[in-house]
Design a protein around this ligand. Structure first.
Ligand SMILES: Cc1cc2nc3c(=O)[nH]c(=O)nc-3n(C[C@H](O)[C@H](O)[C@H](O)COP(=O)(O)O)c2cc1C
Ligand code: SF4
Ligand code: SF4
Length: 269
């Protein structure tokens, strides 16, 4: 069976969960269509109508931002046609809530011609865990066991998922069209100009060979994904939230930092 993983995953948790689900669907290695970086999007989006036409099952994964699908991921995925292929929708979130992201992903896949056979919300270390530690080191071994089991159940699923049965967690974040994001600071004095951060930025707004934003105008486009911060070996790109941001995050992430949530999966009745 030919399985494809199509994902957007700046800090890698969504990709890890999706790969494990794919291994549960079939033992053979999946093809990874990673839409995170500009280069990947250029390569894979040359012919979005045919991108997944040759696969038997497609695992589609996004992280949850403000209870929603990150707009960049949504815009790219909305171009991919399903040709009746079975799809498993996956939302990975930072132990707070998954808002409307999973249901919206299912709806989008369905309207693009996929047969959505299963959907799952899994937990990954929160992108802002350097400010408030939430879901550290997740997905962990138990999460990955769950993901693999979910994959094998998805391969055997009979029928199509009723998309309206996929849970929505409505709150002020998922209802708002905006996404509150922290934009990392850059400390030129600590930067060794190794260039790693510019290679992992999904938006391509860090000057290559340096750690600086290419321009103050481009800085406005930062989605706060923390890929550059996680990859910087010199702590020159860092998440230095100001007092107000710390207070806000402390409030919003207080409960998620104390209570471990478990994956939730949705299968046809
Ligand atoms: C801008 C932004 C908004 C986020 N909003 C949420 C949220 O609403 N609920 C939640 O539980 N986690 C939220 N997270 C955390 C991510 O969903 C989580 O860390 C996820 O594992 C990141 O996926 P990735 O490793 O594939 O990039 C947010 C992260 C960012 C950067
Ligand atoms: S500059 Fe912004 S968008 Fe680019 S990797 Fe860093 S946090 Fe993500
Ligand atoms: S990863 Fe860090 S040290 Fe390397 S260029 Fe970027 S900011 Fe500078």
């Amino acid at each position: 069976m030919k399985v494809a993983v199509m994902c957007f995953s700046p800090t890698g948790t969504t990709r890890r969960v999706c790969l494990e689900i794919a291994q549960g669907i079939s033992d053979s290695d999946p093809t990874v269509l990673d839409l995170t970086l500009p280069d990947g999007r250029t390569v894979f989006m040359g012919d979005p109508e045919r991108l997944v036409a040759d696969y038997d099952h497609v695992v589609v994964g996004v992280p949850v931002y403000g209870g929603k699908i990150p707009p960049l991921a949504r815009d790219v995925l909305s171009l991919v046609k399903g040709h009746g292929r079975p799809a498993t929708a996956v939302a990975v979130y930072g132990n707070r809530d998954f808002g409307v992201a999973l249901r919206r992903l299912c709806q989008m896949l369905e309207s693009n011609g996929f047969q959505v056979v299963s959907a799952g919300a899994f937990i990954g270390e929160h992108s802002y865990s350097a400010v408030v530690p939430v879901a550290l080191n997740r997905p962990d071994a138990a999460d990955l066991d769950n993901a693999r089991l979910f994959g094998s159940q998805s391969a055997r699923a009979s029928g199509v998922l009723a998309v309206d049965d996929v849970e929505e967690q409505l709150d002020m974040f998922s209802k708002s069209p905006n996404i509150a994001a922290l934009k990392p600071r850059y400390l030129a004095a600590s930067c060794t100009q190794c260039g790693s951060c510019s290679e992992v930025c999904p938006i391509g707004i860090i000057a290559s060979g340096s750690g600086a934003y290419a321009s103050s105008e481009l800085r406005k486009r930062c989605i706060g994904c923390m890929a550059c911060v996680r990859t910087c070996p010199s702590n020159a790109r860092r998440n230095e939230a100001n007092l107000m941001e710390r207070l806000m995050l402390g409030m919003v992430l207080k409960k998620p930092s104390r209570e471990r949530l478990e994956p939730k999966v949705f299968m046809p009745a």
